[in-house]
Design a protein around this ligand. Structure first.
Ligand code: ATP
Ligand code: MG
Length: 792
């Protein structure tokens, strides 16, 4: 096929052309969202192959979206056919795996090394911590792992980590790092962070290997450069730096000219600081790479001016950023649609309704709609509503809610309690969290079960009949059985599902384990469990009616005291069966999970709606974008409210989210959001406040909501929920719980906010409240009747 340069350059503005045609020294393309950075990389690759006759095998392109990777391959395929396959288009991690598979024998490891994922690494670190006798209360495995991960992202290996040890705790971290690494090597395994660090170390230890790759990759292109961490930066330096030969002091090692390097990025879109990414990499590019030049793009081709104005308004609030403003000649387009929902269910329903309307009107196919939220757990109400109304969707990045490990574990607990003969569930949780019931003990119980032809759970009750069981194991097994028995009793007493679940999570130690960890993943797990409790609570509330207790009352936008959540739930969820029992809850969960599997109906090629977190949305674009959960404490995230650095990162995340929209942007929040303990009343996100009102068509506002609520509160009082509850007087009120008696000075534990100290108390009995200082999570007023506070 003949290469047509004019066709390739067609549809590029002058600075874009300049970048595509650039020849020679390192270049960074810095530009705001949607200005064609990824397009430039894609076209440049085609230009290199088509015009400059560069061999595809000498191109290394680091990308993050499948779409971009596919387009790069496709274009090169069109030009040179199958040789396109020799081009490397991948993420940093997979590029490193390829290099290591070829070279790692130089470090004495086998090329068939395995890659440990998060769970594997954690298991290994647990073993290490145990063998080093690290007190788990003081040295959480996650804390150790984070320390190690930070070291690796900074290229500090276990031999050189001593230099950064600070204090006796880190002495122990270091020991753990060394032992962990020793065992990784013994297992011929690398963890995720090792992939990058080891590749850099390989290049440093064997300059001839580095030279070989420098000769191979004559062109290195990196998308989303703002999200590189130090190790990734160093890797690029090794491959493309120009001062390396002198540095090695090996004059005989004559280097070829360094490869041509082009990186593109936007410091306003840096959103991975928690993985060690640093904006400095893009800001310092010119000083890091000799002879580097910068190309700036400022025309946006993705969005309407309205969308851009909103995005600009939000990001300009960040300090210390180079001022850049995006413009477009696409025109103003539609106003942004704003919506204040009553609850997260109402929000999901609104979104579903709008998507349906857009699709019916032929304005936006399902495939052109995306729903974004801050944390994975927030997909749940959308999934439930979409399933119910039959809106096809897929959740991108992150496992579907009911398939997530922690959710499955929690459900397994409930199933085991509900049905002791459910062997799969009982065994799943037998040693989760770890309670010292090993394979031997499990095997012995299994043996008894087989011999007596009873279920595993039944055999657990008869462990006295097992000979030769270690005392410790026997004791742990008994405790486990007691735990199950106690909860079975709760079921028999007719206690509602949410209370049983809460009790299970706390009493089993499951929460405590997550709580003790500083890994962001475990924080997500915690959020998912909080969400699951909210599901259960809502389920129970939907069946029996529950009063909303407010927390904290002083927040702006708080609801009136006589607010009745039954009305909201009836509106959102229809009228479920009046049965708050555990069995009914499990049935409901099973049904939702089952319908999850139904393949989307895209016969008319409308595709499916995409649900994803804001982090996953990076680099993508959709005609219609729903940015949801815009509440302070949700987005921006709770932690960031008291931390300027984190808040700046949340703001960049908001900028990423807003700029994904091509034609239509919806911003929504929920006035009440189900949460652990009590429904949360979060104030509107500060990001909403930054967006000029003239850009937004508020379909429903807080004030409309309040008047509607006031008028409906009275009527819903007498309606179904409460009555159906009263008609089953044998069961206790669903949200009733032991109210801990607290006094100022007491220490408490809250599953979401963590450790806190009571500063004041007020009210009595059912109205008892406590003001608790949760440190970085802030000062909270909690209703003791609802808040799952544990007195320490
Ligand atoms: P992000 O920062 O979000 O990654 P980006 O800078 O990589 O954005 P692209 O995704 O490359 O931007 O481009 C945004 C949209 O604009 C794409 O649909 C792209 O095809 C289109 N586009 C880019 N440049 C032009 C141009 N010169 N003419 C027409 N459309 C363009
Ligand atoms: Mg891009």
């Amino acid at each position: 096929p003949k290469f047509d340069l004019e066709a390739l350059l067609d549809g590029l503005n002058p600075p874009q052309r300049q970048a595509v045609l650039h020849d020679g020294g390192p270049v960074v393309v810095v530009a705001g969202a949607g200005s064609g950075k990824t397009r430039v990389l894609t076209r440049r690759i085609a230009y290199l192959v088509g015009e400059r006759k560069v061999h595809p095998g000498s191109i290394l392109a680091i990308t993050f979206t499948n779409k971009a990777a596919a387009e790069m391959r496709h274009r090169v395929m069109d030009l040179v056919g199958n040789r396109a396959k020799l081009m490397w288009v991948s993420t940093f991690h997979s590029a490193c795996v390829r290099i290591l598979r070829a070279e790692i024998s130089r470090f004495g490891m086998n090329r068939t090394f395995s890659i440990y994922d998060d769970a594997d690494s954690k298991r290994l670190m647990q073993l290490v911590a145990r063998d080093l006798d690290l007190d788990p209360k003081r040295f959480g495995v996650r804390t150790i792992m984070n320390w190690v991960s930070n070291c690796k992202n900074d290229l500090v290996d276990h031999d050189s980590a001593r230099a950064r040890v600070n204090g006796p705790d880190e002495e122990r971290f270091l020991e753990a790092y060394q032992e962990y690494q020793r065992r990784l090597v013994a297992a011929n395994a690398l963890d995720f962070d090792d992939l990058i660090m080891t590749t850099v170390h390989l290049f440093q230890a064997f300059p001839e290997v580095r030279e070989q790759y420098r000769r191979r990759f004559r062109h290195v292109l990196v998308d989303e450069y703002q999200d590189t961490n130090h190790a990734q930066y160093a890797l690029i330096r090794e491959l493309c730096g120009s001062e390396l030969a002198a540095q090695d002091g090996r004059p005989e090692q004559r280097e070829a000219d360094p490869p041509e390097l082009m990186v593109v990025g936007d410091s306003d879109q840096s959103i991975y600081a928690f993985r060690g990414a640093t904006i400095r990499n893009i800001l310092d590019f010119e000083s890091d790479f000799a002879g580097a030049s910068t190309i700036v793009l400022d025309q946006n081709y993705r969005s309407t001016q309205t969308v851009l104005n909103a995005a600009n308004a939000v990001i300009t609030k960040n300090e210390g950023r180079p001022d850049k403003r995006l413009w477009t000649d696409a025109g103003d387009g539609d106003l942004i649609v704003g919506y204040v929902a009553d609850s997260e269910h109402d929000e999901a329903q609104f979104v579903a309704g709008e998507i349906d309307k857009l699709s019916d009107d032929g304005k936006s196919r399902y495939a052109d709609c995306a729903v974004f939220y801050r944390t994975n757990a927030q997909s749940r109400p959308f999934e439930e509503v979409f399933i119910r109304v039959g809106l096809p969707y897929k959740v991108v990045g992150g496992v579907r809610f009911y398939e997530r490990r922690e959710v499955r574990d929690a459900i397994a607990y409930l199933r085991a309690i509900n049905n002791r003969d459910d062997d799969v569930s009982v065994r799943r949780i037998l040693n989760v969290p770890r309670r010292g019931i090993g394979d031997r003990a499990e095997g012995a119980v299994e043996e008894l079960a087989r011999e007596k032809r009873i279920s595993f759970g039944e055999a657990l009750r008869r462990i006295d009949e097992i000979n030769g069981l270690a005392t410790r194991s026997a004791k742990q097994l008994r405790l486990f059985v007691d735990f199950l028995d106690a909860h079975e009793k709760m079921v028999a007493e007719g206690q509602p599902a949410d209370q049983i679940l809460t009790s299970v999570l706390t009493e089993s130690g499951y929460l405590a384990e997550l709580q003790g960890s500083t890994d962001p993943q475990d924080e997500t797990r915690m959020e998912n469990l909080v969400e699951l409790v909210a599901v259960a609570r809502e389920f129970v509330a939907g069946t029996v009616g529950v009063e909303a207790e407010l927390e904290p009352a002083a927040l702006p936008g708080a609801l009136p005291d006589d607010f009745d959540i039954t009305a909201e739930l009836d509106l959102a969820g229809g009228a479920p069966e009046p049965d708050p029992s555990l069995g009914a809850f499990l049935e409901r969960v099973a049904l939702v999970a089952d319908s999850d599997q139904i393949p989307s109906n895209d016969a008319d090629d409308a595709g499916v709606v995409t649900l994803m977190t804001l982090h996953t949305a990076k680099g993508l674009e959709f005609d219609t974008v729903f940015l949801t959960g815009l509440e302070d404490g949700v987005f921006p995230h709770q932690r960031s409210l008291t931390d300027q650095v984190e808040l700046a990162e949340e703001r960049r995340l908001a900028y990423v989210g807003l700029t994904r929209a091509r034609k239509r942007l919806y911003l929504s929040r929920a006035a009440v959001r189900a949460a652990w303990g009590a429904p949360q009343h979060n104030p509107p996100s500060r990001f909403l406040g930054d967006i000029p009102d003239r850009l937004v068509d508020w379909r429903r506002t807080e004030s409309a909501l309040t008047s509607w609520r006031n008028s409906s509160a009275t009527s819903s009082r007498q309606s179904s929920g409460r009555q159906s509850w009263n008609s089953q007087p044998s069961r206790p009120r669903p949200t009733e719980r032991e109210i801990p008696s607290l006094a100022a000075g007491d220490k408490v534990l809250h599953p979401t906010f963590g450790l806190g100290k009571v500063v004041a108390t007020s009210g009595a009995d059912d109205n008892a409240k406590a003001d608790v200082d949760f440190g970085s999570a802030g000062l909270k007023r909690l209703a003791l009747r609802y808040a799952p506070l544990q007195k320490l």
